[in-house]
Design a binder for this molecule. Structure first.
Ligand SMILES: [Zn+2]
Ligand SMILES: [Zn+2]
Length: 374
C-alpha cells in the first residue's frame, strides 16, 4: 500500500471526469486485466484489483468527494476488510459491466473451461499405494523375487473406465458443458468476482451416465486383488523403498495409474551386522591362537572362509575381507567384511594346562596366583 497509485491515474482519468467517463474507463481497465483472461498473471490481477478499488471510490459521489479533498486519508484504507453488506448499493450496475465483458466470450461456461487448467473432469492420476515387505538379511544382500498381494483400484474391464453399460455412452453434462465446473458470481465491494466449484448436476465429472455399467456400478473402476512378483535389487537396505510405476490405483478420465511403493524391512541376521555395504562380525580367538598365530574360519555371506590371524594379535584388532560385504544397490560393487578379534581367556583349566601356564608365567616374569586344584 506504500506506493498506492492515485485512483484517477489508475483509471487514466482527469480529476474532473464525468460519471460516464469513470464507468467507461473502468470497463476498459477491467476488461484488459480480468484474471480469467490472464490466468496466473499476478500483475494483471493486481491491476484488476486496483481498478476495482478505484472504481469503488470514484463511482460513489460521497467517497469521491472525500477522496478529492483528503486523498487516501479521506477514504477508509481498510475499505476492503471493513466494507459490510448493504453499504454499496451504488454498485448494482457492476453486474452489467461483467455481463458485458463476458458477453463477448460466448458465455461463462465455454470460457471457464479454458481458464481453469485442472478441472475435476480432466484426466487425473491414480493414488500411489504403499506396501511393506519383510525379507531376510541374505535376500536383501543378494536380491530376490517376492510375490506380494495388494488390493487396488483397477480400471473396470467391462466398460474400460467409462462407467457406462456396454453399448452406451455418457451424455455431456448440460449444466457445465462437460467441464465439471460451474461458475458462481459473488458481489464484493471491489466488484463482482467469479468463483468456480464442482458442478452439482454431474458431481464434477462433466458427464451424466444414464445406464451405468453393472460391473462397476458406473464408477469406471473396481477394487481388485492383485498378486505381483516384485524384484528386489541386491543391496537394498532396511527401510528403503522400491517404486513400481503404474502399479497403484487406476487414474480417472484417462489419467495414468499411481505407483506402488514397496517399503522393505530387512530381518536382522544372528551372525552379521550391516552398515551400508559393510558387514561386521566378531570372531572369538583363543589367547594361544592370538599369541602364536592361527588360521581360523569366519562366516561370510558366501559361506565360511579362512582368515589368517598373525602371531601377536591383540584383542579388538580388525581384519578386512575385501569384497565380502553387501553390493551397492546401484553399482553392484560389493563392500567389505570387517572381522573384529575377541580374545578368549581359557577357563576350567586342566592340571596339565595350569602347570604349563604357571611355567609360562615364571618364564615371562608374571606374578600369578599359585593354587593347586584337582
Ligand atoms: Zn464398468
Ligand atoms: Zn456438470
Amino acid at each position: 500500500m506504500a506506493d498506492k497509485r492515485d485512483y484517477y491515474e489508475v483509471l487514466g482519468l482527469q480529476k474532473g471526469a464525468s460519471e460516464d467517463e469513470i464507468k467507461k474507463a473502468y470497463r476498459k481497465a477491467a476488461k484488459a486485466n480480468h484474471p480469467d483472461l490472464h490466468p496466473g498473471d499476478k500483475e494483471a490481477e493486481a491491476r484488476f484489483k486496483e481498478a476495482n478499488e478505484a472504481y469503488a471510490i470514484l463511482s460513489d459521489p460521497d467517497k469521491r468527494a472525500k477522496y478529492d479533498q483528503f486523498g487516501f486519508a479521506g477514504v477508509d484504507p481498510n475499505f476492503a476488510a471493513s466494507a459490510g453488506a448493504g453499504g454499496f448499493e451504488g454498485f448494482g450496475d457492476l453486474g452489467d459491466i461483467f455481463g458485458d465483458i463476458f458477453g463477448g466470450f460466448g458465455g461463462f461456461g465455454g470460457f471457464g473451461g479454458q481458464a481453469r487448467q485442472q478441472s475435476r473432469s480432466g484426466p487425473r492420476r491414480g493414488e500411489s499405494l504403499r506396501v511393506r515387505l519383510t525379507i531376510s538379511f541374505e535376500e536383501a544382500a543378494f536380491g530376490c523375487k517376492k510375490d506380494i498381494n495388494i488390493t487396488r483400484t483397477d480400471q473396470c474391464p467391462d466398460c474400460k473406465g467409462t462407467g457406462c453399460a456396454p453399448g452406451t455412452t455418457p451424455e455431456i453434462c448440460p449444466d457445465c458443458k462437460g467441464t465439471g465446473t460451474v461458475r458462481t458470481q459473488q458481489r464484493t465491494p471491489f466488484g463482482v468476482f467469479q468463483s468456480s466449484g464442482p458442478c452439482p448436476k454431474c458431481g464434477g465429472s462433466g458427464k451424466i451416465i444414464h445406464s451405468p455399467c453393472p460391473k462397476c456400478r458406473g464408477n469406471g473402476s473396481i477394487r481388485a486383488q492383485k498378486k505381483l512378483n516384485v524384484s528386489i535389487p541386491a543391496g537394498i537396505d532396511d527401510g528403503e523403498s522400491i517404486s513400481l510405476r503404474g502399479q497403484g490405483n487406476a487414474g480417472t478420465n484417462g489419467g495414468p495409474a499411481g505407483d506402488l511403493l514397496v517399503q522393505v524391512q530387512v530381518r536382522p541376521s544372528p551372525t552379521f551386522q550391516r552398515e551400508g555395504t559393510g558387514i561386521y562380525i566378531t570372531a572369538d580367538v583363543s589367547f594361544v591362537q592370538a599369541a602364536l598365530g592361527a588360521e581360523i574360519q569366519v562366516p561370510t555371506l558366501d559361506g565360511p572362509v579362512s582368515l589368517n590371524i598373525p602371531e601377536g594379535t591383540q584383542t579388538g584388532s580388525v581384519f578386512r575381507l575385501r569384497g565380502k560385504g553387501v553390493p551397492n544397490v546401484r553399482s553392484g560393487v560389493r563392500g567389505d567384511e570387517f572381522v573384529t578379534v575377541n580374545l578368549q581367556t581359557p577357563k576350567n583349566l586342566s592340571r596339565k594346562q595350569r602347570e604349563l601356564l604357571q611355567e609360562f608365567a615364571e618364564l615371562s616374569g608374571d606374578k600369578v596366583k599359585k593354587r593347586h586344584r584337582l
